[in-house]
Design a binder for this molecule. Sequence first.
Ligand code: SAM
Length: 269
Amino acid sequence: MILQDGTFRQLRDFIYEKCGIYVPDTKKYLLEKKIGARVQARNLGSFEDYLVLARSPQSGDELSKLFDAVTTNETYFFRETQQFDVLLDNIVPTVVEKRPSKDIKIWSAACSSGEEPYTLSLLLADKKPGLRPEILASDISEEVLASARKAVFGSYSIRNVPPAYLQKYFKDVGWAMELSSTIRAPVKFLNINLIDDKKIRTIRDVDVIFCRNVLIYFDDKAKQKVVSNLYDSLRPGGYLFIGSSESLHNVTRAFRPLTYNKVVVYQKV
Ligand SMILES: C[S@@+](CC[C@H](N)C(=O)[O-])C[C@H]1O[C@@H](n2cnc3c(N)ncnc32)[C@H](O)[C@@H]1O
C-alpha cells in the first residue's frame, strides 16, 4: 500500500488540526508505517479510505487510536533529574512557605506512561513528607494512560532510579517492578489534549506544571496555543518546566525565566 503525497498532506493537516503535532515531509515514511497498521486493523483498502473514516463522526474510537499511533511516548523515571532538584530545593519551599495547609498542585502535562508524575510523587513523599501534594497527570494517548494507571515498569523505565528508592517504593513482580500504592495515590490520570482550550479550562490554580519533551512535536503556532493554555492554568506566580532541549523563544514573553543551577524555570508574572 502506497501513501500518495496528496493523501499524506491531507493526513498531516488532519493530525495537526486535531492535536497540534506537525509531521514534516522527512517523516512521511513513519506516518506510512504507523497509519498503515491502522488501515489494516480497520480492514480498509487504502489510506484514502482511512482518511474518510478518521474524519467521519461515526469513526468510533479511531481518533483515539490515531493519537496512539502518531505520538512518541519515550519517557523514564528521573529524566532530566536536575529539574527535580530545583523543584525540591527552590520551587516547593517558595510555594508552600505561606501556606499552612501545605498543599501543592502539580500538573504533569503530556505524562506518557506515568514515569514523570510518579517521579514527582516519589520525591515529594520521600524528601518533603509534610506536604499534601495533588498531582494531575495527563496525556492525549489512551494507550499510555492505561499503562500509567497499572504502574508496572520494565528495566528501561527504571534504569535511573536510585537503588534505595527501588527497594523502598517498588515491588519485584518477576518480569517488572510495581510501584507502591503510597506513591501512586496522589497521582490522578486524565485524558487531556493540550490544544483543546475547553478541556484545559477545567484545570486551574496549578502551582507547578511540567510540560516536557512534547513542545518539540508542535510548530510555533501550536506551541503558542499550548503555552498560552498552560499559562492560564497556573496560579499567579506559578512555575512551568519544559524539556531542557526545548525553548519558549518565539513562543511567548508572558513568563519570567529564572535560572537555578543552570536549570531554567518559567514563572507566570
Ligand atoms: C516524549 S513523551 C514525554 C513524556 C514526559 N513528559 C517526559 O518528558 O518524559 C511526549 C508525550 O506527549 C503526548 N502528546 C503529544 N501530543 C499531545 C497533545 N496534543 N496533548 C497531550 N499530550 C500530547 C504524547 O502522547 C506523549 O506521551
